[in-house]
Design a protein around this ligand. Structure first.
Ligand SMILES: NC(=O)c1ccc[n+]([C@@H]2O[C@H](COP(=O)([O-])OP(=O)(O)OC[C@H]3O[C@@H](n4cnc5c(N)ncnc54)[C@H](OP(=O)(O)O)[C@@H]3O)[C@@H](O)[C@H]2O)c1
Length: 335
């Protein structure tokens, strides 16, 4: 059987372009071994952390290997199975290669009990990004009713869920975004109290102050850089900074020098804690059940940008760095 896959063609410096990826065609072997599955990819997750994996640098996740397929969260359909626990047509989720067809060990995936129409939610609100929002906000941010929560990258996969959970917890929610369209959507559809378009702001710090007259109790930081610089001086005594992402710096050739923030943390007893979602892996079932419950009750809405076509994977990944998505960016393959 023929397959196509995207491999890492080179290690980019700065903002990558599509020349960092190469489409390869190859054939899969005909016979499966015991416990192997033949899968057809349906939905592929593109995520900002993948940029870090394009570098040859030690991190919490292994770098991609040159000339080898990129891999990430994928929802696939079983086309053939040599494991009695899986049958043709089952939907599975795993950390899988960017390939149209693939043969993998059944231990690399787990079944998801859903329809093909809803399966992409397991890459978003019911998957890694939803869980990141849930545990980052609830375990580190510890929101209390009446508190003010500000979120950078607020219209993205994680940010949009953080804002909605903060509203469920009775907080005032302020979102920082890159376009007026995103700002409007967060207010109208996701019930954020205030939004700020940082691309329209000449003095972001004053707009933050104006949007948060009682100061900030929780800063959920997805972005870093100058946006964080404008927010941190407005954080209240005993505030919490949930350090989730720093996308503004992922393509930086050198880490820029920012203001010294330690005096704010010190004098206001502010907690700043970084995390990666793997820290909470023992509690994923609890998180997924809570998110699923809120979805079913209509308290939480899913938001996705679905890009059609396997060939669009590189463009979709790169689009995250210029704000092309609202909610979770996902690539849908041809059936
Ligand atoms: N700690 C963890 O375990 C964990 C897990 C998942 C994600 N994350 C991190 O959380 C953050 C959000 O991830 P996500 O999956 O939800 O991505 P996302 O927010 O859906 O997509 C990225 C968004 O970031 C904004 N952005 C891109 N470059 C920017 C820049 N230079 N300055 C300001 N904003 C910029 C864009 O929105 P605008 O149009 O609004 O600029 C873009 O749409 C990322 O930093 C990611 O690495 C961390």
């Amino acid at each position: 059987m023929e397959t196509q896959s995207f491999v890492l063609a080179k290690r980019p410096v700065g903002l990558p372009d599509e020349s960092a990826f190469k489409l390869k065609r190859s054939s899969l072997k005909d016979e499966l071994k015991d416990k192997e599955l033949n899968l057809h990819g349906l939905f592929y997750s593109v995520d900002p952390y993948m940029r870090g994996r394009m570098n040859d640098a030690k991190s919490y996740v292994e770098p991609f290997i040159l000339d080898q397929p990129i891999n990430g969260g994928v929802v696939a359909r079983v086309s053939e199975s040599k494991d009695p626990d899986f049958k043709k047509g089952d939907l599975v989720l795993g950390q899988l290669p960017w390939a149209t067809e693939m043969i993998v060990s059944s231990s690399q995936v787990h079944k998801i009990n859903t329809t093909e129409k809803l399966a992409s939610e397991y890459l978003g609100v019911l998957g890694m990004t939803g869980l990141t929002a849930y545990f980052g906000l609830l375990k580190i941010g510890q929101p209390k009713a009446g508190e003010t929560v500000i979120i950078s990258g607020a219209a993205g996969a994680v940010g949009c869920v953080v804002g909605q959970i903060a509203k469920i917890k009775g907080c005032k929610v302020v979102g920082i975004v890159g376009t007026n369209e995103k700002a409007k959507l967060l207010k109208n559809d996701f019930h954020f109290d205030e939004t700020i378009n940082y691309n329209d702001a000449t003095d972001l710090a004053s707009l933050v102050k104006q949007a948060c007259p009682d100061g900030i109790d929780i800063f959920y930081d997805n972005v870093g850089g100058v946006i964080s610089d404008a927010i941190i001086p407005n954080i209240n005594f005993h505030g919490r900074i949930v350090l989730c992402g720093q996308i503004a710096l992922y393509n930086a050739k050198e880490i820029p020098m920012g203001p010294r923030i330690q005096p704010y943390l010190l004098t206001r007893s502010i907690l700043m804690q970084g995390f990666t979602i793997g820290n909470f892996s023992e509690h994923f079932a609890e998180g997924t059940a809570a998110l699923d419950g809120w979805l079913k009750e209509g308290k939480l809405k899913s938001s996705q940008t679905i890009v059609e076509g396997f060939a669009e994977l590189p463009k979709a990944l790169l689009g995250l760095f210029s704000g092309k998505n609202i909610g979770k960016m996902i690539v849908k393959a041809e059936n």
